[in-house]
Design a protein around this ligand. Structure first.
Ligand code: FAD
Length: 320
């Protein structure tokens, strides 16, 4: 099915966009787990318009979700692991259960856009062995050993895409247990991707001859029982590392699609448009003040722009 509007994110920005999109008669789908939004983590929200009794984050989230579903939007709680633009300018979204969805317009509302891992040397070696985007940089590692750091479906997806360039791929779990489904594990195995449950990485390092180029990674504890390195080693050679911790955020989508950024945030105009036609962004991922009110406003704005685009209208206002 071709949706008119697909929204990635179920926080205030995504839910608000879903309300406007579906009420504006767009066939609307929104993705993501509302309990993973920053709103849900808020103990109380004392400053949101028309809620003088300071609801808790979970209370406001539940009301927002109920409202978003009221006008017929479809909610799919899965995580989007890939977003691409098709030749006909529509979009394909892929979720962590390997389902594909097509949409005419997309709003990215994935919250805080960029979370650095905190591994020492990360920024220094970014672009010099440390990468965040297989689509952008996978080509540079053709037939070379590469490491993907992460334990969730986003890491699995990056490894699968890397297998188009090299057959020597290891995923390191960075102190967590892998959360891959059996089908994902099967696919990774079929592509000879190795999976190692490792301690946390603590540092990226170069050599004295080439201090600017990544040469190895250091772990917080000695490695044991892995064929990655001898028991007791705390450092292994690494020339190419793809960071894929957590779930695919705005930054990952932006890098892949070539979205214009302003620092770590997706650049949007006053109507929530990015530099790619049909692709909008809203909420914390755009760098607007991180507040529920601004995120809700951004979501409304982006959805109104999507309605105008789908309907071919110059202006669109929802008054009743
Ligand atoms: C502790 C705390 C207290 C706060 N208190 C207040 C307050 O009192 N008042 C106030 O106005 N603001 C407050 N804020 C800020 C406010 O919560 C945020 O500005 C707001 O939630 C941002 O909304 P958003 O929709 O942009 O992002 P988020 O609320 O972060 O939602 C992002 C959504 O995107 C989903 N998502 C991300 N990636 C994917 C993916 N790949 N696929 C599918 N879904 C994805 C997430 O699961 C989530 O549902 C607080 C924030 C925190 C952390």
């Amino acid at each position: 099915m071709l949706y008119d509007l697909a929204i990635i994110g179920a926080g205030p920005a995504g839910l608000s966009a879903a309300i406007y999109g579906s009420r504006g008669q767009l066939n609307t789908v929104f993705f993501g787990d509302e309990t993973k939004s920053n709103l849900y983590k808020s103990h109380i929200v004392a400053n949101y318009f028309a809620f003088p009794d300071s609801p808790t984050g979970p209370e406001l989230t539940a009301l927002g979700l109920k409202h978003a579903l009221q006008f017929g939007a479809t909610h799919i709680r899965n995580e989007i692991v890939d977003l691409s633009v098709n030749d006909d300018q529509t979009f394909t979204l892929k979720d962590n259960n390997k389902n594909n969805y097509q949409a005419r317009t997309v709003i990215i509302s994935t919250g805080q856009s960029f979370i650095l891992s905190g591994i020492k040397g990360e920024q220094e070696f970014t672009g010099k062995g440390v990468s965040y985007c297989v689509t952008c940089d996978g080509f540079f590692y053709r037939n070379q050993p590469v490491i993907v750091v992460g334990s969730g479906d986003f890491a699995a997806e990056e490894a699968i895409q890397l297998s188009n360039y090299t057959q020597d791929i290891s995923i390191l779990s960075h102190g967590k247990d892998f959360s891959f489904s059996p089908a994902t594990i099967e696919e990774l195995r079929s592509r000879d991707v190795k999976m190692y449950r490792t301690p946390r990485l603590t540092q990226f390092v170069g050599t004295s001859e080439a201090p600017d180029q990544l040469s190895s990674i250091v772990f917080s504890q000695p490695l044991q029982g892995l064929d990655l390195a001898p028991d007791g080693a705390t450092e292994i050679p690494a020339k190419g590392v793809f960071m894929a911790i957590g779930i695919a955020g705005a930054n990952a989508f932006a890098k892949k699609l070539g979205l214009e950024m302003s620092g770590n945030y997706i650049k949007v105009d006053q109507e929530g448009r990015t530099n790619i036609p049909g692709l909008f962004a809203a909420g914390d991922c755009t760098g607007s003040p991180p507040q529920v009110a601004t995120s809700v406003g951004n979501g409304c704005n982006a959805a109104l722009s999507a309605i105008k685009l789908v309907r071919g209208l110059g202006a669109y206002i929802q008054y009743n």
